[in-house]
Design a protein around this ligand. Structure first.
Ligand SMILES: Cc1cc2nc3c(=O)[nH]c(=O)nc-3n(C[C@H](O)[C@H](O)[C@H](O)COP(=O)(O)OP(=O)(O)OC[C@H]3O[C@@H](n4cnc5c(N)ncnc54)[C@H](O)[C@@H]3O)c2cc1C
Length: 345
């Protein structure tokens, strides 16, 4: 059986980025993904400045709408912080996926349509069984199959999660963006993210507990509901979650996890893509160096800020201090600015 250097399970943004990284390192790579290009997904679609820089390294500059910073709002209170060093960008998921898939093809990534349902590995290789009965084999297998990763479970790396389960929903509206900042509206029950993604389109993502009602959440922010009234809805509602996914470790023999599959905290800081791209880069660096054990350390390093900030903010949002988050950020603009700059890196 043909053995490739790297087999990537999951052709979402982080799987494709991992595959491009592998080709840039001179490795042969196959990506197994059940869905065709372009894949849509529930996402806030805000690419932080650091995510754009990481994509640029891969030869990708996706079109979208400028994001100048982050604006936290609650009722008539708000606090804005403009990114200091570089702008971010609101990019439709379908656009991001299309440009990544085009780049992957251009650099020689083999794309296979299929779903992986079982793994096996020995000292020299790992193989994935697809639901059509075929098998793919590689020296290294990278699980990039998202929040509900089969690879994570099959490799014995999944850990049960306790506590509040949070979910996300998104929809797009035909509306000219009225703000170059991502607006984050904090309501008592949910957070609403308004991201400009084009000259005539905004995305609105709602994060909250299970069974959060999208329309009710929008109605709970009257200024936003007014702006969206009578605007055509351009995409159907999509959901994702629960967000929180834990792992015992990020590697098991020749299997390595990246992206949401490697463990995820929450979408509250809008950093999934930036952090996933950083994981993709270090995963391939460790594979190319033949030192997967180093990935564990590198994964912790590149996800540390995300894990700390996101867990902290989710805990605060779940506490009696929730209603104080925006007033506090307003009264401490230096601290709020420092947090946003950290996300921007
Ligand atoms: C509501 C919401 C808002 C968000 N907002 C932002 C934001 O503003 N900015 C940001 O950077 N991030 C945001 N995120 C996070 C971001 O969407 C994720 O971190 C990102 O999609 C992770 O990419 P991934 O490639 O790891 O996983 P995914 O995008 O989930 O891709 C996984 C892929 O694996 C495939 N797959 C699954 N199972 C198998 C299998 N068995 N075999 C083969 N393939 C399989 C799937 O079809 C899928 O294409 C948000 C997330 C949500 C839910």
């Amino acid at each position: 059986m043909h053995v490739t250097d790297v087999l990537v399970v999951g052709g979402g943004p982080i799987g494709l980025a991992t595959a491009i990284e592998a080709r840039m390192a001179g490795l042969s790579v196959t990506v197994v993904e059940p869905r065709g290009v372009p894949i849509d997904k529930a996402c806030g679609e805000g690419l932080m400045p650091g995510a754009l820089a990481a994509l640029e390294r891969l030869g990708i500059d996706p079109p979208g709408h400028v994001i100048a910073g982050i604006s936290y709002q609650a009722g008539d209170r708000r606090v804005d912080h403009a990114f200091r060093h570089r702008l971010g960008r609101g990019v439709r998921r379908t656009t991001l996926h299309r440009v990544l898939a085009e780049r992957a093809e251009a650099v020689g990534v083999e794309l296979v349509r299929g779903t992986v349902d079982a793994l096996q590995q020995d000292d020299d290789s790992a193989s994935a069984r697809l639901t059509d009965g075929t098998t793919r084999r590689a020296h290294w297998l990278v699980g990039a199959d998202g929040l509900h990763s089969t690879v994570r479970t099959e490799a014995g790396l999944a850990l049960p999660v306790r506590g509040t389960r949070r979910f996300g929903l998104r929809r797009h509206f035909a509306a000219a963006p009225w703000n170059e900042f991502v607006e984050v509206h904090w309501t008592p029950a949910a957070e609403l993210y308004v991201t400009p993604v084009g000259d005539g389109e905004v995305g609105v993502a709602v994060l909250g507990p299970q069974h959060t009602d999208y329309d009710e959440a929008v109605r709970s922010v009257p200024a936003l509901a007014d702006r969206l009234r009578d605007r055509a809805i351009t995409t159907s509602t999509r959901g994702a979650g629960p967000f929180h996914q834990r792992t015992t470790a990020r590697t098991a023999g020749r299997v390595i996890l990246v992206g949401d599959a490697s463990g995820y905290v929450d979408a509250i800081t809008g950093e999934g893509i930036r952090v996933g791209l950083a994981q993709a880069r270090v995963a391939i660096e460790c594979i190319a160096a033949g030192n997967p054990a180093r990935y564990e350390r590198e994964w912790r390093r590149v996800t540390r800020n995300f894990r700390m900030l996101t867990s902290g903010l989710v805990a605060l949002g779940d506490s009696p201090l929730r209603s104080a988050i925006v007033p506090l950020a307003r009264s401490l603009p230096g601290v709020y600015g420092a947090v946003v700059e950290r996300l921007a890196r």
